[in-house]
Design a binder for this molecule. Structure first.
Ligand code: ATP
Ligand code: MG
Length: 140
């Protein structure tokens, strides 16, 4: 077991429905600690840069539009096996396929408006954390 840090976004569908606390409560209940958090409204350039790996996918334009449609909460989560643990509590990308008790099953609206983002590898976690946070903004 190693303590890891991963990166999370509470997406615009959740901030619009005032679910920041509800999502965070589920993350904390899963053993994750919020060691950095800020509410931001991403610019188009920021969102395009963040999702650059998806730029060839057919839903890229819509995904960027959705992610800038309202505020998001970007967070750094810390804990034992934080990256995998966060992916587990998030549930499958499509909420219809997500396990009961996961954030997406309980709260997501659709495959696009799916409430949370979570890094899918430790390497991506480090890149994504650095994209939004300075080291001194993360307090473990
Ligand atoms: P995330 O990267 O947000 O944590 P994920 O890793 O489960 O989610 P990805 O395959 O990386 O899913 O897709 C990134 C995001 O793009 C999804 O979370 C979702 O918001 C959106 N997305 C994925 N597939 C589709 C689709 N078929 N149609 C519309 N939007 C989609
Ligand atoms: Mg992903």
């Amino acid at each position: 077991m190693t303590t890891e840090r991963t990166f999370s976004i509470i997406k615009p569908d959740a901030t619009r429905r005032n679910l920041t606390g509800a999502v965070t409560k589920m993350l904390e209940a899963a053993g994750l600690r919020v060691v950095a958090s800020k509410r931001i409204h991403m610019t188009q350039e920021q969102a395009e840069g963040f999702y650059a790996v998806h730029k060839e996918r057919p839903f890229f334009g819509e995904l960027v539009s959705f992610m800038i449609s309202g505020p998001v909460v970007v967070q750094v989560l810390e804990g034992e096996n934080a990256m995998a643990r966060n992916r587990e509590v998030m549930g499958a990308t499509n909420p219809a396929n997500a396990e009961p008790g996961t954030i997406r099953k309980e709260l997501a609206e659709s495959i696009e408006a799916n409430t949370v983002h979570g890094s899918d590898s430790l390497e991506n976690a480090a890149t994504e954390i650095a994209y939004f946070f300075k080291p001194e903004e993360i307090v473990g």
